[in-house]
Design a protein around this ligand. Structure first.
Ligand code: FAD
Length: 164
């Protein structure tokens, strides 16, 4: 009995040790026929699935682009991204950054959502070389910093939009 418990403990410890925490950031283009109901469906599905797979993150929609951070166990994050890639509601997806992390940035959101508005527009533009916001050509470090700032900004002005 004792022996069995000890073996199970060792197995669980080994499993925990194999869990590698990562953050993946990608950007993509919103599909031309995308509508507000699509956004509602994506958020509902994401929040449901991400709670189950231990993923947290932030999804931004701005100037016809999606910009998303997914953080969690490496296998869970890559499996989810593979599903997202096949989704026809967006195109031209580009991974901007995929790194091992010590801790999560978006622990409070299974999937927070931020829409570009007048209030946060200066923040988006502060990371753009051009006069348009174009996350597809962003450097990894800039993408990391912008998403962190957007998250902080959303918390300061009352959390991310829920759109449920
Ligand atoms: P189901 O919901 O049963 O879907 C089965 C298949 O149908 C999937 O291939 C799905 O892509 C497709 N599908 C479902 N609804 C539609 C529709 N209205 N139009 C076209 N195709 C459709 N999912 C997450 O789990 N976590 C996320 O963080 C996440 N972020 C996303 C961000 C963006 C920008 C987009 C576009 C999608 C995101 N999704 C996310 C949704 C993801 O792409 C899949 O649709 C979802 O994970 C599939 O869930 P499911 O396995 O339960 O299958």
């Amino acid at each position: 009995m004792h022996h069995r418990v000890a073996c199970e403990d060792i197995f669980l410890e080994a499993q925990n040790a194999m869990t590698i925490l990562v953050r993946l950031i990608y950007a993509s283009k919103v599909a031309p026929n995308f509508g507000p109901m699509d956004m509602r469906d994506i958020l509902q599905k994401s929040r449901h699935n991400n709670i189950g797979s231990g993923i947290t993150g932030l999804l931004v929609m701005a100037d016809g682009y999606f910009f998303q951070a997914l953080e969690g166990d490496r296998m869970a994050v890559h499996t989810t991204y593979a599903k997202i890639l096949r989704d026809p509601r967006h195109t031209n997806s580009v991974v901007l950054s995929a790194t091992e992390i010590e801790k999560r940035h978006f622990t409070d959101w299974s999937m927070g959502y931020v829409l570009s508005t007048e209030k946060n527009r200066p923040l988006f533009m502060s990371y753009s070389a051009d006069k348009y916001f174009d996350p597809l050509s962003m450097r990894a470090q800039a993408a990391e910093s912008l998403l962190t700032e957007i998250g902080q900004h959303a918390r300061q002005i009352g959390g991310s939009e829920s759109l449920t």
